[in-house]
Design a protein around this ligand. Sequence first.
Ligand code: ATP
Length: 227
Amino acid sequence: MLELTDIEAGYGRTQVLHRVTVPTGKVVAVLGHNGAGKTTLLRLAIGLIKPTRGRVVFDGEDISSLAPNKRVARGLAYVPQGQQAFGQLTTLENLQLVADGRRRGKALIDAQLSRFPALEKFAGRKAGLLSGGQRQQLAIARALITEPKLLILDEPTEGIQPTIVAEIEHTIMQLADEGINVLLVEQHIGFALEAAERYVVLASGFVTHTGEGGLAAASTVRAAMAI
Ligand SMILES: Nc1ncnc2c1ncn2[C@@H]1O[C@H](COP(=O)(O)OP(=O)(O)OP(=O)(O)O)[C@@H](O)[C@H]1O
């Protein structure tokens, strides 16, 4: 379980996050308008930026000063915004990049190909020719090959056609059932709250609301975000 407590962080002299504490849960949604600091919080969780105050604790261990690769080794995985993949490599080669050298590498790939039928269908297609949604599924599949305990997802449904949005939403719910925790930044508030056990709303780097997830929380959150 990831604990982010009393975090301050930013870029150079610009402080972005102010005394941010995130509730713990199997699926935790981070909500807020553009520029609120959501991506910064995720980058901090994976270790791309370091806090100037506060603690990052994972499974009881203080990982605040650990490098990202060490955090991955401990069971964190990060899927940044933007459906990133190696466009000149095939779908399968993108997965092999992560799986090669791992024990049971082939089984790990097969598990993800059966999770995402579109990836199985286009295993031989260059990733650059996949749809945005398929590339997002590939990015999630790559992260899952590292067998994370916690998957950190930054806007996984952004700019993606509705049918694939539904599949990605289904995947996130499934991960929680499989015992993989999720820290999720997501613009679709309804879905984020449906999936989330807890949520936090950020505004200008401050926590303005936290609470239990569930669709019933949507009106509270929309009011809090003035939308
Ligand atoms: N590399 C950077 N250097 C300096 N400032 C940055 C950097 N990245 C982000 N910021 C600033 O930090 C603030 C928070 O940005 P962040 O990307 O965390 O917000 P966000 O809530 O994820 O927004 P969005 O929904 O638009 O992705 C913004 O004011 C942004 O301009």
